[in-house]
Design a protein around this ligand. Sequence first.
Ligand code: BGP
Length: 463
Amino acid sequence: MVEYKFPKDFWWGSAASGPQTEGTFDGDGKGENIWDYWFKEAPEKFFNQVGPADTSQVYHTYKEDIQLMKETGHNTYRHSIQWSRLFPEGTGEVNQVAVAYYHNLIDELIANDIEPFMNLYHFDMPMALQEKGGWMNRETVDAYVHFAKTCFELFGSKVKKWFTHNEPIVPVEAGYLYQFHYPAEINMAHAIQVGYHEMLSSAKAIKVYREMNQDGQIGIILNLTPSYPRDENNPEDVKASVIADAMFNRSFLDPSIKGEFPSELVEIVKELDMMPEIQEDDLKIIKENTIDLLGINYYQPRRVKAKETPVDHEHGPMPDDFFDNYEMPGRKMNPHRGWEIYEKGIYDILINVRDNYGNIPCYISENGMGVEGEEKFRNAEGVIEDDYRIEFVSEHLKYVHQAIEEGANCLGYHMWTCMDNWSWLNAYKNRYGFISVELDKDYKRSIKNSGRWFKKVSDNNGF
Ligand code: BGP
């Protein structure tokens, strides 16, 4: 019996990105991006020294992989177009081999009744642009808009769901505050400028998309970390959680949907004297070009308490000058990734979007559980028995279902991810896929228990 039935035409599938799955760093004319470069310069930073060229090789195996997507119940799939594959230098000449590749991928998905969702930026700055400052440099916004326009021209007749960015807060915090993306700076003023340029680039790409009269939807994918205060009755804790929410969620959520940055955040940035460079018309462009569709990535909540001991950071201000993270006693953790598992967070996000963001169409664009050492769960038939992942997904889906019952406009669920893939500095450490990929066995694929389970969920439109 199907106890949790989802609305008709619900999107079932998974998400991945070009740089994490395709492999072949310089194959077929692909240019270098920041990951290819960083791995070359500092391989010791990457878990087991596995680099981005050595990932699931989907570039070569996409046809077989799409059959596996069918076997795991996908009716939709998100990928990203690698900027440095299409434009090896970030701008200039288009790589025609890449054009053919993405056409083939998209055609193969459509031929198999899997709707392609395409994202434009998934942390993969072409190195030629990074050398000129990357997102710090306003010219990168123009180069990005040109890249976006080229993608709409080339693939817009086939792809009807576009996303400007995946998790734009991540290049901000990882690249300019916490050093887990290149250029690994610690500089709050740069972080703010980078975030501003990303947001501007998103609005400008949306403007171009609408001017081209494309008949699809365009949105953005945000990783939302609902902020919970240690003590709801302590005004200082509540204030800390409001600030954390403004910094890490509303910084992109508000301008993407309401066309305006949150006033709490603007006040803080002004007090820090770190206002980004804003040109005439920028704010008008952001105001007028909001999204049609919101992708929500949800992994973990943020628990926050009032700042107790101020820290004098060597490199100037940091977000944690404004709040402390709080390790709530008894919280459930994913021991492999060190992230809290709090299933109700997904419901709280959907209800927040329903109540405070006009109930804009949205879907869960990533949710998943990274596990280290999954080989030990492989049974005699060669199948990984990842029942913990089935539990993780089903417990989250129950809350998605509840939110929909209560009126949330949630249209689908994509798990992170389809094939086990390469994940930035963590490389191949944590496995997330419905399908296992064995690097040392010539990238052999096998569907895990969770993939078989998901097929039934998709077929029944519920579970
Ligand atoms: C999200 C990213 C993905 C993926 C995932 C898992 O934030 O959009 O690209 O990496 O997180 O992250 P990790 O592999 O670091 O655990």
